[in-house]
Design a protein around this ligand. Structure first.
Ligand code: F6R
Length: 241
């Protein structure tokens, strides 16, 4: 595990964007695993800038998002599909057919999760998986549980996650209580993983992830067993390290 502590959110965004850009330069047809949430917004901004300066080219890149709310249409402004287009995909030269985001409205959820998982495998697996981390240690929407043995599936969100995500909705009642998420095994199968965390509210879970025991009650702690993980934290998120 490589852990970088940087000064602030801006540095975190720049450093993580440069790692993603490097991956695309090394392999133009990279398969990227993407995350949503507040943390990667700055990184996506940096990546758009690198694209506009012709430093990075997304024309052969394929993306798979970690998760999507269950019951929201892709056009819904609260969906992760909408988020991805707004914060990155609409501003770069990625091909529409290379964008993969779980379908929160699929009629047969189980089948659509299986197809998602199979498509990742058929394309050769994720080269670089980007992750944020929940205050409760979740990665994707893999909430604290008693098992690491999970693949893409429908999940129930923790009350802590619902509370944390309510800041994006008009009221707590509007926050979806279920989501489709890649599983821990899907994430662990990625060749490289980049996790970013910012702010004091993440300090305890970052400490537990890096220094604590490997336990499904802190889902991100499994990353200690992955052979190529980079974690970038700002001073506040890294203050207990
Ligand atoms: C988002 C995701 C989540 C977030 C996590 C942190 O696609 O999978 O695990 O990364 O909830 O969210 P923020 O960055 O908003 O603190």
């Amino acid at each position: 595990m490589k852990v970088y502590k940087v000064k602030d959110y801006q540095e975190l965004s720049k450093k993580s964007a440069s790692i993603v850009a490097e991956q695309i330069k090394l392999k133009s047809n990279s398969i990227l695993g993407l995350a949503t949430g507040s943390t990667p917004e700055g990184m996506y901004k940096e990546l758009i800038e690198l694209y506009e300066k012709n430093i990075v080219d997304f024309s052969d890149v394929t993306t798979f998002n970690l998760d999507e709310y269950y019951g929201l249409y892709p056009e819904d402004s609260q969906s992760y599909n909408y988020y991805m287009r707004k914060h990155l995909l609409n501003h770069i030269n990625i091909k529409e057919e290379n964008i993969n985001i779980p379908n929160g409205m699929a009629e047969d959820i189980e089948k659509s999760c299986e197809e998602y998982e199979n498509k990742i495998k058929e394309l050769g697996g994720i080269d670089l998986q980007l992750l944020g981390i929940g205050r409760n240690g979740h990665i994707g929407f893999n909430e604290p549980s008693d098992s690491f043995e999970t693949y893409t599936r429908l999940v129930e969100l923790d009350i802590d996650t619902i509370n944390a995500n309510s800041r994006f909705f008009a009221s707590l009642e509007e926050v979806p209580t279920k989501a489709i998420s890649m599983g821990i095994q899907t994430i662990m199968n990625a060749k490289k993983i980049l996790l970013i965390a910012s702010g004091e509210s993440k300090a305890k879970t970052i400490y537990d992830t890096i220094k604590g025991p490997i336990t499904p009650s802190v889902p991100a702690s499994i990353l200690q067993l992955h052979k190529d993980v980079t974690i970038i934290v700002d001073e506040e998120a890294g203050k207990l390290l």
